[in-house]
Design a protein around this ligand. Structure first.
Ligand code: ADP
Ligand code: MG
Length: 561
């Protein structure tokens, strides 16, 4: 082995930069953090070619004195931390003193700053670790940092940068995270000279979210909960907004965007009974806790954190999410979501709203038991969509498809894989043309599909003969069914489709449709099968199955008491 040496400063700088500066988006992140730490109320972010050519971040913060300017590009130079004890309660986003040092090592960086209340500004440049002298320069109050030609001197890293548009997407993601983590911060974002968005300062998380959320679709559910653990607020996406990855879930702790496993699991736990497995919630959840109760110094980019007491935090978040969802999903658009501007609005303060909000609001028990059925009860179908049912303490309106889907799903789950699974062998065995990819997909999932009741044989390179289908599914043409499954299986492209997801699709496919007319006998049979459900409240996609109006509610509504 060669003798041990101390690395030359420029090599050390390039190595350190690798931990903090990975791509344009990480530069933008560090610079916006510095602006926020400097007390900025407005930040202007500009990028050219996705940040590959130029990144500029300007703020109206406290500024940097010309004396301090010379220290900026030295490793571990920070004004935010002086003693090791300070680490126990970090209140700033930065504290390691590595960002500017790293950028200076791998790019051309120019800083111009004028401290608040000072008459004159100063500028400093650093290129590939080499500093120029500080010189006076006219500038507005605040600081502007410009980073050009990122990794111009580290070809190995430059090579790994993606195209301008791809890098731009990462930068925009980063800027949006600050928009939600710091709703009071005014943010202007410019791409190649064109304004992408401009968000005014002093917004609340809710106003900012309301303007950012897509209009149309099921409404999101805003919430805000305060306990002695801290403050939790945000907006929960409806089950229909769920994704196949966790990318739609934005988590913030004290304004810091994090990808923390405990928090992910807590939110997922809260959503559990509202989402099919394999789907991930879309939501924005912002947690504020005392800085002493977390450790942010466990990751170079501070994307992970450690909680002093993770248990209570986990339980609190999971319960808050679950309760918020169950209050509002029981009656779409009438729960807490009516405040978000996207939901269905009942006339303000009207009797209807008061009554319904009492009914669906916070006092309602989270999971009402199935109502007792009364003998000789009446049930009928309306509009070929709903079943109206007389129950002991009132009436119940059932979504016929949702209920049937739930029934199918639970029956499928019970009989899945067992020999007595009802399957129907086909006399006429239809065939189906498939692509190579689809054929290998079918082979890959053969076991699951067979356990669910399908039978098929391949003949020739690109043809499949269907020999059996789940008996439950006999309403659709077998080819249509199998085709539908092929779509589901290949839609996951690379993602493993779970058994649950396949059963859910089967359930959905086999259930009566919204709009099918149902003879009395079928209604009766459906309600009987409902009796043994584990979870009669939500369908396979997490939508509610029924709403119930009690006689009490009705009497109050009609002002009989
Ligand atoms: P850190 O943020 O971890 O302290 P940086 O390398 O990001 O390390 O910044 C070094 C120091 O430069 C900061 O501690 C701060 O004093 C100063 N600084 C950087 N950016 C700004 C800014 N936009 N406004 C005021 N001071 C700044
Ligand atoms: Mg910093």
């Amino acid at each position: 082995m060669p003798p041990i040496r101390i690395l030359p400063a420029d090599v050390a700088g390039k190595i350190a930069a690798g931990e903090v500066v990975e791509r344009p988006a990480s530069v933008v992140k560090e610079l916006i953090e510095n602006a926020i730490d400097a007390g900025a109320t407005r930040v202007d972010v500009e990028v050219e070619d996705g940040g590959r050519a130029r990144i500029s971040v300007a703020d109206d913060g406290v500024g940097i004195s010309s004396g301090d300017l010379g220290m900026l590009f030295t490793q571990h130079s920070t004004s935010k931390l002086a003693r090791v004890e300070d680490l126990a309660a970090v209140r700033t986003l930065g504290f390691r003193g590595e960002a500017l040092y790293s950028m200076g090592a791998v790019a051309e960086v120019a800083v111009v700053s004028r401290p608040r209340g000072s008459a004159e500004g100063a500028a400093l440049r650093c290129r590939g670790g080499r500093l120029e002298a500080v010189r006076p320069e006219a500038a507005p109050e605040g600081t502007r940092v410009e980073v050009r030609r990122l990794f111009y001197n580290v070809p190995a890293r430059r090579k790994f940068l993606r195209s301008g548009p791809v890098e731009f997407d990462h930068v925009r993601d980063t800027v949006l995270r600050f928009a939600f983590g710091h709703p009071r911060l005014g943010l202007r974002f410019v791409r190649d000279g064109q304004v992408e968005f401009a968000l005014p300062p002093d917004e609340t998380l809710q106003t900012r979210l309301a303007s950012a959320m897509e209009k149309g679709g099921d409404p999101w559910i805003p919430f805000r909960i305060e306990t002695n653990l801290g403050n939790l607020e945000g907006s929960l996406g409806p089950p229909s907004a769920a994704r196949t990855t966790t990318r739609g879930l934005y988590l913030f702790v004290n304004g810091r965007f994090v990808r923390d496993r405990i928090l992910f699991r807590a939110v997922a736990e809260g959503y559990r009974e509202f989402l099919v497995s394999g789907r991930h919630a879309a939501a924005v959840v912002s947690l504020r806790v005392p800085p002493e109760s977390i450790d942010v110094n466990v990751h170079p980019a501070k994307a992970e954190i450690r909680f002093a007491r993770p248990g209570p935090i986990f339980d609190w978040i999971a319960a808050s999410v679950r309760e918020t969802l169950s209050h509002s999903l029981r009656a779409p658009g009438l729960g807490p979501s009516r405040t978000d501007g996207n939901g269905i609005r009942a006339p303000q303060g009207s009797v209807v709203e008061q009554s319904l909000s009492r009914f669906f609001g916070a006092e309602a028990p989270p999971e009402p038991a199935l109502p007792d059925l009364i003998s000789g009860r009446r049930v009928f179908q309306l509009h070929r969509k709903y079943l109206i049912e007389e129950v002991a303490d009132g009436i119940q309106i059932i979504d016929q498809h949702a209920l049937h889907e739930r029934v199918m799903l639970e029956e499928l789950k019970r009989s899945y894989g067992s020999a007595d699974l009802p399957r129907q062998r086909l006399l006429v065995q239809p065939s189906l043309e498939v692509t190579d990819e689809e054929a290998s997909c079918l082979e890959e999932y053969r076991r699951v599909l067979e356990s669910a009741g399908f039978g098929f044989e391949t003949f020739g390179p690109r043809a499949v003969r269907i020999v059996a289908v789940p008996a439950l599914l006999s309403r659709d043409r077998p080819e249509t069914l199998l085709r539908d499954f092929l779509d589901l299986l290949s839609e996951g492209s690379g993602r493993r489709i779970g058994t649950d997801e396949i059963l859910e699709r089967l359930a959905c496919r086999s259930a009566v449709r919204f709009g099918d007319s149902l003879p009395d006998g079928q209604i009766e049979a459906l309600l009987q099968r409902r009796e043994i459900l584990d979870n009669p409240h939500v369908c396979a996609h997490g939508r509610p199955v029924a709403i119930r109006l009690t006689l009490d509610e009705l009497e109050r509504f009609f002002k009989r008491r």
